[in-house]
Design a protein. Structure first.
Length: 477
């Protein structure tokens, strides 16, 4: 060890100034020896958080079994902050932690055993699995439950039979065991869960929590056979559990590449699922509802916009090509639009051409023009209450709905007295593909504000407009 390293260790352990101790901990990050590791692990108990964080980073940087062994004993520390910090570091060290932590699985303190099990569950290596299996018979219920969860996270097929025995032996652990089995992608896991579901779903005394866990697990690992069973029992469950059955059916169908057709009698269930408070169930409801093209389903799907990006993408992609979707979107915006205003505006702009083409031969031109005009009016009315992101969608949609009227509207807006607003409008117009948007930008080349004039010139030049020495109102495109 160099003299510099010895000095840094002494500084880390004894200096009064916390910033000096922190810098010493940082400087030791590339010194890999037992003295350094001991000093850094001791610093995990420093009173100053900055010092503890620096020591933590250096220990992770050094890594290896020696570091893991130096940290491992802290999982039995009486201070919860030190204990949790040690656990976090051991998880980051990954496989190097395994030999250091194995002895703690036999610790006489059940809290220590549980903490060690939890860490192994987060590391998710199969290496310690045979040391974990005996804890499925641990005298402490919390240790047993943590072991079940850890084995599920690890996902090894070797844990399948032992977990099935836990289900039969310990009724209090059944829901947790089923959840763990749902993470082990083996046919035996699916068969076991399906068998228990058949027993439970027809039993009025079956615990609702267990039934919920069985359905969730089956959705994760169930096979084609499970689809038949779930459809068979769909009408036997009520409330939230019906939505969970639906979600499981959609999950299995996707995983097994099966096309599933829900009967008309299930449509109300799918509409309820689309309004569920669980994101995963809403997504499954939307996927299943896609097969129904009626107006009620279309309205429900449009009304569900604004919940999440993933659901919005799914719903909008499904709306394209639906006969009534454009008009229903206009109506929803006229009624307030709910939380999906931005998505509805985007949809109208992207589908107006399709709506006009699809209406040829079925609706009179006056009717189509009236609907498009309503769309333009309600979209333009959203301008003043919208943020910059929504305004960019509004501008693009207005030019798609009616470019000439969009030029008029934007021409009025650029007369606002706030120069910063005019700069923002230039930015929005520059992103519009319609060349008429640049006509509006060109009007600001003579603006009284220098920043606005510069923004207009920059935007036009970026679009390849030749300004040259020509008069400001005589541009070459």
């Amino acid at each position: 060890m160099t003299i510099e390293s010895k000095q840094r260790i002494a500084t880390l352990l004894t200096h009064d100034d916390s910033d000096t101790r922190r810098m010493a901990a940082e400087d030791l990050s590339e010194t890999d020896n037992l003295a350094t590791i001991s000093a850094l692990t001791a610093a995990l108990q420093d009173d100053n958080k900055g010092v503890r964080d620096a020591a933590s980073r250096s220990l992770v940087s050094i890594g290896g079994i020696s570091v893991a062994r130096g940290i491992a004993h802290y999982i039995a520390h009486e201070d919860i902050v030190t204990r949790n910090l040690a656990a976090k570091l051991l998880m980051k060290l990954g496989d190097a932690t395994i030999p250091a932590l194995l002895p703690f699985l036999r610790d006489p303190n059940h809290d220590v055993r549980k903490f060690a099990v939890d860490i192994f569950g987060e590391i998710r290596s199969e290496e310690p699995i045979y040391y974990l299996l005996p804890l499925l018979k641990d005298a402490d219920a919390n240790v047993l439950l943590s072991t079940v969860e850890a084995l599920g996270n690890i996902g090894s097929p070797e844990a399948l039979d032992p977990l099935c025995k836990v289900y039969e032996t310990y009724p209090f652990a059944r829901a947790s065991t089923v959840e763990a089995l749902g993470k082990i992608a083996e046919s035996g896991s699916s068969d076991f869960v399906l068998g228990k579901l058949r027993e439970c779903i027809g039993d009025s005394e079956c615990d609702a929590v267990l039934l919920y866990a069985l359905l969730e697990a089956l959705g994760a690992v169930g096979t084609r056979e499970a689809l038949h069973v779930l459809f068979l029992h769909l009408d036997e469950v009520r409330g939230k559990l019906r939505s969970v059955v639906l979600h499981a059916i959609v999950q299995i169908a996707e995983r097994c590449h099966e096309e599933v057709r829900f009967p008309e009698s299930s449509r109300l269930l799918l509409l309820d699922a689309l309004r569920d408070d669980t994101e995963a169930i809403r997504l499954s409801g939307a996927k299943a509802l896609a097969q129904f093209k009626d107006e009620e389903s279309t309205c429900a799907m449009l009304d569900a916009l604004g919940s999440s990006e993933e659901l919005d993408f799914l719903l909008l992609s499904e709306m394209f090509g639906r006969d009534a979707a454009f008009e229903r979107a206009v109506e929803l915006l006229e009624q307030g639009g709910g939380r999906g205003k931005q998505q509805l505006i985007l949809f109208l702009g992207k589908t107006v051409d399709d709506f006009v083409r699809a209406s040829e031969g079925y609706s009179t031109p006056e009717v189509v023009s009236s609907v498009v005009a309503r769309a333009f009016r309600i979209v333009s009315m959203e301008w003043h209450e919208s943020d910059q992101e929504t305004r960019s969608i509004i501008v693009e949609s207005l030019f798609r709905l009616d470019g000439d009227r969009a030029v008029e509207i934007m021409g009025q807006i650029i007369t606002e007295p706030d120069p910063w607003l005019r700069v923002q409008i230039i930015e929005l117009l520059s992103a519009v593909r319609d060349e008429r948007a640049l006509d509006v930008v060109s009007r600001l080349l003579d603006d009284e504000n220098e920043l606005v004039r510069e923004a207009a010139v920059s935007a036009l030049q970026a679009k390849g407009v030749a300004l040259g020495a020509a008069p400001m109102n005589d541009l070459t495109w």
